[in-house]
Design a protein around this ligand. Structure first.
Ligand code: KG4
Ligand code: ZN
Length: 365
């Protein structure tokens, strides 16, 4: 690693159904710029099955990874000698895919004598909002993706404490399953958001689980069952639009309500200081989710940040940035780093909760 204040890192992401590579230049936890970000989605290959098929994903990663990395380097206008390090997702996720990206990262690191950083995919989401502008540590994070729904107190690089998580489905999983029950194409979240546009959410009454209950945990299974049952009898296009709007409002409402509870806990733990709320993960792309969270943050006197839309769903820029932050601290990994299907961000909560419910995309943490 050359002695300098900024680091240029190649990121590689293959934990689910996106084969992605990106080059990011970052000054530790300071400002970051994305020199390139390439995402090859496999959505079309999985669409006929209504979800991700691990074997198809792993094979597709093998076919795509070389070209995706080459395109990311090309678009950044760099050769491998212009890099300070390589960061690859090492989990959690579908292990066949993780192995493909991690092996590619190791090969480049070995061949070019570059340091390797084995990145936790969730840490990538945790830092993704910084790709849109600087956000100081610590902050309260709502991480909402297809496999995860967690509230975390993020104290610094690699230092997270879980305040709450879902006791059944993740929020993205709820979007996907309800969308499927409504006959919408995979992936369901964006399709459901499009259908909900201009809809009247109050026309359908849906369960609001855990409303008013203590703690910061989530539950979406009751909503999922109720919405799927309703969907069977709803065929009129206007009714379908309104049902989609009601589902979206119910999910967004629960996310906001539990986040308000977490803001209270966070304020107590931080003596009222460091009021920052960040939302990240695929569901953070949903405009209603952003709207209600921004309102909740404002009411509590928190600054609110979400990643640029391109960096909400899986991408490699967030992996490169998480890698750069670790590299700046000298935290590098050996070429014996292993692919981990499960890898919780916070070791303490993991010990308390070793059997976290597997998500749509397989057991993740
Ligand atoms: O972060 P991500 O790309 O992958 C995981 O790490 O899981 O998140 C994917 C999830 C899917 O469940 C997808 O339906 C959901 O994010 N999603 C959305 C939207 N865009 C993606 N959910 C609701 N509204 C959206 N606009
Ligand atoms: Zn993700």
């Amino acid at each position: 690693m050359r002695p300098q204040s900024t680091l240029t890192v190649l990121g590689i992401e293959t934990s689910c159904d996106e084969t992605a590579a990106a080059v990011v230049r970052a000054a530790g936890v300071g400002p970051a710029s994305v020199l390139s970000s390439v995402v090859a989605s496999q959505a079309e290959a999985h669409a006929p099955f209504g979800g991700v098929v691990p074997e198809i994903a792993a094979r597709a990663h093998v076919e795509l990874i070389g070209a995706v990395i080459a395109r990311a380097m090309d678009q950044a206008g760099l050769g491998f000698d212009g890099l300070d390090g390589v960061a690859a997702t090492a989990g959690p996720g579908l292990v066949g895919g993780v192995m493909v990206g991690l092996s590619a990262g190791k090969a480049i690191a070995l061949a070019r004598g570059l340091p390797l950083v084995a990145v936790n995919h969730l840490e990538g989401h945790a830092v993704s909002a910084r790709l849109g502008g600087e956000i100081a540590y610590p902050f309260l994070l709502l991480l909402v993706s297809g496999g995860h729904c967690q509230l975390l107190d993020v104290a610094g690089v690699g230092r997270c404490r879980r305040l709450g998580s879902t006791i059944d489905d993740a929020a993205g999983e709820a979007f996907d399953k309800i969308a499927k029950a409504m006959g919408l194409p995979y992936p369901g979240g964006p399709a459901l958001e499009r259908l909900a546009q201009g809809g009247e959410p109050s026309r359908f009454v849906l369960p609001r689980a855990l409303l008013g209950r203590e703690g910061c945990d989530f539950s979406f299974s009751g909503l999922k069952t109720a919405a799927a049952r309703l969907a069977e009898g709803v065929v009129d296009p206007i009714d379908r639009r309104d049902l989609a709007a009601a589902v979206q409002a119910a999910i967004a409402g629960q996310l906001a309500e539990r986040t308000k509870k977490a803001m209270t806990v966070y304020l107590r733990d931080h003596g009222g200081a460091d009021r920052r709320l960040v939302v990240a993960g695929g569901v953070a792309a949903n405009s209603e989710v952003r709207r209600v969270l921004a309102a909740a943050a404002e009411a509590a006197g928190f600054d609110f940040a979400a990643p640029p839309l391109a960096y909400c769903t899986d991408n490699a820029a967030m992996i490169a940035l998480a890698g750069a932050e670790r590299l700046a601290l000298g935290w590098i990994d050996g070429l014996d780093a292993v692919a981990r299907p499960r890898w919780p961000l916070d070791a303490a909560a993991a010990a308390d909760n070793p059997t976290h419910t597997p998500g749509r995309k397989g057991a993740k943490a």
